[in-house]
Write a protein that binds this ligand. Structure first.
Ligand SMILES: Nc1nc2c(ncn2[C@@H]2O[C@H](COP(=O)(O)OP(=O)(O)O)[C@@H](O)[C@H]2O)c(=O)[nH]1
Ligand SMILES: [Mg+2]
Length: 357
């Protein structure tokens, strides 16, 4: 990106820019890291730039794919009639919105077309924008961490590769920047690499990580971590978990055991069970949300990789089907690439007509 377009983008998104400044001046974390060799985050500069980018450009190809097809429709001088709505319907389904979210939207647009509220392509686009936003408003419930005397426990679940460990790293940094002391628990004991990956994130941000060797009991690692977090007066404990065991049933049993065991130390823990979903996996993400929700009673979700080739429509499908709060979205691999989910901002970034750059 050229410096001019970068400056323009920066101007266009004051919120994003403010965030970059904030994270650039964050104080030393209140809690010292376990590990001595805490490195300064590598590529800090690129991370700052990344944070200053508006959501639009972070969404990248996802945005491109979502809007190009739709905007072609709006640019055409076709009359607003049943044919056009049918075309819109298939575009929305192709964008991964899923049948039932699409149907809801089209039914409402049809009614408004009948009432002659839609007179031209612009009006149709505005109404679609409003429909999409209202669908997401129901799940726009940011994670709130109350002040409490014991650690607020966040249990992070989801299949392998969905972005759990990366998201935990990003979240730890955000919470820390917000003044919370954070501890991580390496509960994905199935893979050695998963433990190391969490430790690397911990070292990078000077967040203590409680871990045991590969193959140890996940519930006991997380139990130990909660004991340690309590003893040290930590504000937030974030626990990583496995995304795959030998069997899927085994995984759900293990996760339920983690919940039970936490409840023995603090009956209100975990306070937040979050699923991380890879936005690029379309309808699979949706079935994962449903399956884990059934087994775990989720409190919310995070959709990652919306900067990639994901079709943004999956976010609407998940919202409509599960009704679960979307706490954050992941828009890249850098530490700053985690955004609090905001319905209107997301829809704007996906289909707003004008490019800001
Ligand atoms: N582009 C992109 N990559 C991501 C995002 N979140 C995670 N990843 C990448 O996805 C891969 C799997 O992530 P990881 O955290 O190990 O997933 P886990 O198995 O669920 O713990 C890694 O290469 C991450 O860098 C995101 O929001 N955007
Ligand atoms: Mg992992």
């Amino acid at each position: 990106m050229g410096i001019f377009s970068f400056l323009k983008k920066q101007k266009a998104d004051r919120a994003g820019a403010a965030k970059a400044v904030e994270s650039g001046t964050s104080d030393t974390p209140a809690v010292a890291a376990n590990s001595a060799n805490s490195e300064t985050a590598t590529g800090a500069n690129s991370e700052t730039i990344s944070a200053a980018k508006p959501l639009q450009s972070k969404l990248g190809r996802t945005r491109g794919r979502f809007r190009d097809n739709l905007l072609g429709l709006f640019r055409s001088s076709k009359p607003i009639d049943a044919d056009l709505l049918e075309e819109l319907e298939s575009q929305l389904i192709m964008a991964d919105l899923g049948v039932s979210a699409t149907q809801k939207i089209i039914t409402s647009l049809e009614a408004q077309a009948k009432a002659a509220k839609i007179t031209d392509a612009q009006a149709l686009q505005d109404l679609l924008h409003a429909e999409l936003t209202s669908l997401l408003r129901d799940v726009e419930k940011p994670l709130e961490i109350p002040d409490q005397s014991t650690p607020f426990v966040i249990l992070v679940v989801g299949v392998n590769g969905s972005g759990k460990t990366t998201t935990i790293g990003k979240l730890a940094k955000q919470l820390q920047d917000g003044g919370k002391s954070v501890m991580l628990a390496a509960g994905d004991t199935f893979r050695a690499a998963a433990i190391e990956q969490l430790q690397t994130w911990g070292e990078r941000n000077q967040v203590p990580v409680i871990a045991q060797e590969m193959g140890s009991d996940s519930a006991s690692v997380i139990f130990d971590a909660l004991q340690s977090a309590t003893a040290r007066g930590i504000d937030v404990l974030i626990a990583d978990t496995a995304g795959r065991l030998h069997t899927q049933a085994g995984l759900m049993d293990e996760l339920r055991k983690v919940k039970r065991v936490l409840g023995k130390l603090d009956e209100s823990a975990p306070h937040e069970t979050l699923i991380v979903l890879d936005g690029g996996t379309g309808q699979n993400a949706l079935s994962q949300a449903e399956e884990f929700n059934e087994a775990m009673e989720l409190d919310g979700l995070i959709v990652t990789k919306l900067d990639g080739t994901a079709k943004g429509g999956v976010v609407f499908a998940i919202a409509e089907k599960t009704g679960l709060p979307i706490r954050f979205i992941g828009v890249g691999e850098q530490v700053a690439d985690l955004e609090v989910f905001e319905a209107e901002r997301f829809v704007n970034a996906l289909i707003e007509k004008e490019d800001v750059a």
